[in-house]
Design a protein around this ligand. Sequence first.
Ligand SMILES: Nc1ncnc2c1ncn2[C@@H]1O[C@H](COP(=O)(O)OP(=O)(O)OP(=O)(O)O)[C@@H](O)[C@H]1O
Ligand SMILES: [Mg+2]
Length: 269
Amino acid sequence: MQSKTQPTTATVPDTVPDTVKIAAKDVKVFYGQNQVLHGINMDVHANEVISFIGPSGCGKSSFLRCMNRMNDTIEGCRVEGQILLDQRDINAANIDVVQLRAQVGMVFQKPNPFPKSIYENIAYGPKLHGLAQRKADLDDIVESSLRRAGLWQEVKDRLDQPGTGLSGGQQQRLCIARSIAVSPEIILMDEPCSALDPIATSIIEELIDELKQNFTIVIVTHNMQQAARVSDRTAFFHLGQVIEIGNTNELFTNPKQKRTEDYITGRYG
Ligand SMILES: Nc1ncnc2c1ncn2[C@@H]1O[C@H](COP(=O)(O)OP(=O)(O)OP(=O)(O)O)[C@@H](O)[C@H]1O
Ligand SMILES: [Mg+2]
């Protein structure tokens, strides 16, 4: 029996719950001498959608890139602190970065299909990672990835045509399908809808809602309605710090920090 002071149901664990997918510990980012992130601490939970909002230049993309070591590709960029993925330090010497980026996929602001066919755009990653032994297995991965990204019906008869020939919204879904194809656990999306019209945007938003059954999604957006629609939790960044993080609904309706309130009510500036 539990004591009277203990909740009898839905006990909240006081140790690190195993739902923590990524834990950022005191993460700092520098470009040369310029420090742009000042010690970020944050947990990303398994199967949640978490949004990052905040004014331009506050460090959202820089932090997102810490989560799959994309900052490694930027000359002069230095990251301090720790990013733990399933409690393993992703910056440790024994981490295979190619494998890491398959596990933690990324979708960029501007759709960036490879200059290859629609089929090859999806098949490339699974081939690289040896996920398909036979052509039929590869075909299955291509079809299921395109289906999950809500693109199959539109492209199934033109798989051999260039991915770059699709519309912007279709290209973005192709890029999402490409990241899904290697069975990631986390998908990082940096303003994935900023180049899309409202219809293509709502297709991607519906897709995010479906994908969260299987994936953890971190999305950067300047569109606060979008953050409110798609995410479970929201983090507000300002000048390289996380000012406030919490349940999306609460953060938008009852922000605890004045800076958050000023930003979401449009008074920032
Ligand atoms: N490759 C780079 N080299 C030098 N400085 C950079 C680089 N990328 C970003 N920065 C700087 O780091 C800071 C944070 O930039 P970051 O792109 O992370 O912000 P952001 O919140 O994503 O902004 P936005 O909403 O405009 O995309 C800015 O001052 C920016 O100028
Ligand atoms: Mg950015």
